[in-house]
Design a protein around this ligand. Structure first.
Ligand SMILES: [Zn+2]
Ligand SMILES: [Zn+2]
Length: 89
C-alpha cells in the first residue's frame, strides 16, 4: 500500500493525504509541488521520477490512514541557492 507521508522531505511543508500538491517517486519519497519543480521532477534520493501522488478517497482513508511519520531530509535536496542563504532565514 502506498505510504502517504505527511510532509515534504525538502521543505517540511504539510502534505495531507488530500493534498493535490504532493509528489512522490517509486520509493514513496515525498515532496511538495514547488520542490519537485525545483528538482526538475527528479527524486534527489534515488534519481527517479516524481509524479503527482494519487489522492486516496476519504472513505478509504478511514481504514487505511495516511502515515504520520514525518521525513525531513533537507540535506538530500540539492538547493540551488548557496548554503549560507538559509542560515539567514
Ligand atoms: Zn517542499
Ligand atoms: Zn526516491
Amino acid at each position: 500500500m502506498l505510504v502517504l507521508k505527511p510532509g515534504c522531505e525538502c521543505c517540511d511543508i504539510d502534505l495531507p493525504a488530500e493534498s493535490p500538491d504532493a509528489r512522490i517517486c517509486s520509493f514513496e519519497c515525498t515532496f511538495c509541488a514547488a520542490c519537485a519543480e525545483r528538482l526538475s521532477a527528479r527524486c534527489p534520493n534515488c534519481g527517479g521520477e516524481l509524479v503527482r501522488r494519487p489522492i486516496r478517497p476519504a472513505d478509504k482513508l478511514a481504514n487505511n490512514p495516511a502515515s504520520t511519520t514525518r521525513v525531513h531530509k533537507p540535506s538530500g535536496c540539492a538547493w540551488p541557492m548557496p548554503q549560507g542563504v538559509w542560515s539567514l532565514l
